[in-house]
Design a protein around this ligand. Sequence first.
Ligand code: NAD
Length: 225
Amino acid sequence: MEPGENREPQGPSPRSMRGRLALYYRHNERLLGEGRQEIAPQDLAAGLGLDEQVVAADMKRLGIEPGPSGALATQKIKAVAEHQLGLRPVNTAVLVGMGRLGAAIASYEGFGAHGMRIMAVFDDDPAKIGRFQGGHKVLPLEQLEDVINIFEIRLAVLTVPAEAAQAIATRLARAGVAAIWNFAPVRLDLPEGVVVRNEHITAGLAQLCSDLREANLRRLPPEED
Ligand code: NAD
């Protein structure tokens, strides 16, 4: 941004992070409106007339980590700021199992419109931990309970292999998760009060194949007497 261009009103920096959060949110909305997917922390600081170190410390506290390019994902800033400011009744969620399916779900931005915002993703594979995927830094399982607690998470997406699903689901429930969107092909045994939605993409495929078979049969020429 050029000096003076589109700058937020200058003045003393708000003393509390909550005060600055409103500034981050407003500025970030403008960036999103311009189609920006990322912003460098120093540009965010400059755009708001804030000290770079203050902005870096705020982002760290909020769990908004710079990506490999050193920039912050604007969608992540939006999600965190909206949650912290209580702007939208979205359900914040964690996702466990950043494999092929987990990564696809975590990258999809459309879930926000349906009431779910993924705040953090977890995996137990050391090769994935610390790497960025779909705007999220993959976190180790040791941080699961803390993140659930800090962000008051009640919803979880489970995309681990079947054999790992029950142990993770139990851990999620103990940490306070009340609803699990389960993609693992296993029936979860959970305390009363925890709701589970088992998702079977393959059930839809089986139906489609059956419909195709029937359509093919209808297309066969009538049998001759
Ligand atoms: P994947 O192997 O690509 O990914 C699984 C991920 O889970 C890996 O990154 C792995 O490191 C991680 N993981 C394993 N154990 C873990 C643990 N204890 N804690 C945290 N992370 C752990 O598998 P995928 O193809 O993405 O499938 C994921 C799950 O979704 C599987 O259970 C699969 O059967 C299921 N699936 C369901 C549907 C459906 O229609 N419901 C479709 C595809 C896959």
